[in-house]
Design a protein around this ligand. Structure first.
Ligand SMILES: [Zn+2]
Length: 499
């Protein structure tokens, strides 16, 4: 992105963002929402279909009980009220990847309503209100062939795969989130991260954003900081990574500010986010609910989960991420701010696994938030995507603790691990990185350093111990960082009569 930080600061000085997030999550049920077809990802196109999910005349849907229970679990984990009675609704639209020409969804009677989730940034807590959690079916997938971009524009023909059509899809909608100011992009990302972690803990979805089993639409609007009136919002569709959630909000804030500054109106529309450029382009103008002519689905009975069933499900809730964070924060003795930094870096699981592999919490945190975070940032990757395992980080920390490598050498060993040269121990041996603490081997280098700097040596002899640092540095340089600095210092002082 070419926009500078100061341009962003200028935007948030004059405009207050309001964001809203709609997240679609494919449930990990064995069969589809209204038929018995398999939901396994990656099968040959159109091999997991039947008359129901193809919308053939006369085929009747039957609701998937496991999907309903998973949705109730999600609602409970998000502190929602669960409806004691609600219905599915037909959302009518023509789209080539929806063979029925309608989607079974929920409209004014969602299964779960009025929840909340807390997200933490830099020691501050933002409460995100959840408007609704509802259950629907996913659409099929279109593949546009013959163009250079994979988009319909310029394509010679399109193919449709209905394997995904009918997979249970949960939509989680926030209420408008205000008061986040310059932090809006980070808060949006932190919310989606928290949601992903909750869904993962519930084991209801594999939440793989890159495979599309979790997809995010981001609503953004700007109002003037001195105004109570909210601006017109745009909806950026299908943002497919956590990093992109943050980028999408940020770039949309900057774009809308430029529109408003030019005296123009922001158009209510959907926009498509482009992962590569981080920019979005205009899509279709946003439909109103009336365009979909919703009506209660006549082929399905209402949902009426009784209180006993809901309470039985509540009793099966696992430890949720917020509770787990509190537990780990206690056992690692971290402040709120330190813990937020760990969570925001996506390092929680990695640090926990590194501690389980034998490292101290302090060492584990130091490596993952230090060198490895830097490497991930430079590569534009998530920490978990780096080619190093928690066990390897623990091994590295053990090698430092045992004095076999110092911090500088350990960083070189880590570079070797990331380059695919093997475990830290193997890299250290192969690259000859081990600390040299053998006094015989270091003696020559020490003598040379003293001989090369007689004036400094004289100062040390005269009692200026601090001057010895320059000699230690010379030996470290000569041994390319591999000397044990403590041993070198001792040798120098002894040789100069200060031992
Ligand atoms: Zn089917």
């Amino acid at each position: 992105m070419t926009v500078t930080t100061s341009a962003y600061d200028d935007v948030v000085a004059r405009y207050a963002p309001v964001i809203g997030l709609e997240t679609h999550v494919e449930l990990g049920t064995v069969s589809k929402m209204f038929c018995g077809c398999s939901t396994v990802f990656g099968a040959e196109p159109n091999t997991q279909v039947c008359p129901v999910c193809l919308g053939l005349p006369g085929a009747l849907p039957v609701a998937n009980a496991a999907a309903i229970e998973a949705t109730i679990l999600i609602g409970l984990a998000l502190n929602c009220s669960i409806a004691s009675w609600c219905r599915f609704a037909r959302k009518n639209y023509f789209y080539p990847d929806m063979p029925k020409n309608f989607q079974i969804s929920q409209y004014d009677e969602p299964l779960c309503t009025d929840g909340w989730v807390e997200v933490h940034r830099d020691g501050a807590v933002h409460r995100i209100e959840i408007e609704r959690v509802h259950l629907e079916e996913d659409t099929g997938k279109s593949l546009h062939v013959g163009g250079s971009t994979g988009r319909i524009h310029g394509a010679t023909h399109s193919l449709v795969d209905f394997n995904r059509a009918g997979i249970p899809l949960v939509e989680i909608v926030t209420k408008p989130v205000t008061g986040t100011g310059a932090r809006a992009p980070e808060v949006a990302r932190a919310y989606v991260t928290e949601l992903r972690d909750i869904l993962r803990a519930l084991d209801v979805s594999d939440v793989r954003m890159e495979q599309g089993s979790m997809r995010c639409d981001v609503n953004t609007s700007l109002s003037r900081v001195d105004s109570e009136v909210w601006g017109t919002r745009s909806e950026t569709k299908n943002v497919n990574s956590l990093r992109s959630v943050e980028r999408a909000v940020r770039s949309e804030m900057i774009r809308q500010a430029a529109v408003l500054d030019a005296g123009q109106r922001v158009i209510q529309e959907t926009r498509h986010f482009h992962e590569n450029s981080g920019e979005s382009t205009s899509g279709r103008s946003k439909e109103e609910a009336t365009d979909y002519r919703y009506f209660p689905e006549p082929d399905l009975v209402p949902l009426a989960p009784d209180t006993d069933r809901i309470e039985r499900l509540r009793a099966t809730l696992p430890e949720l991420p917020s509770a787990r964070r509190r537990r780990l924060q206690g056992s690692w003795s971290l402040s709120d701010g330190e813990m937020d930094a760990v969570a925001n870096a996506g390092a929680l699981d990695l640090i926990e696994a590194t501690v389980q592999a034998g490292a101290s919490a302090e060492d584990a945190r130091k490596w993952w938030l230090g060198d490895l975070s830097r490497q991930a940032n430079e590569a534009g990757a998530e920490l978990a995507e780096l080619a190093v395992t928690p066990a390897q980080v623990a091994q590295l920390a053990a090698l430092v603790a045992a004095g076999r490598v110092n911090d500088t050498l350990a960083r070189q060993a880590l570079a070797g691990v990331l380059a695919g040269e093997g475990d830290p121990e193997q890299v250290i041996i192969a690259r000859g990185l081990e600390v040299v603490s053998d006094t015989g081997a270091l003696g020559t280098a020490v003598d040379e350093a003293i001989a090369a700097a007689p004036d400094i040596a004289a100062k040390v002899r005269a009692g200026k111990i601090a001057a010895a640092g320059a000699l230690v540095g010379a030996v470290m340089k000569a041994t390319r960082g591999k000397a044990d600095a403590q041993v070198v210092r001792h040798l120098i002082l002894t040789r100069l009569g200060q031992g």
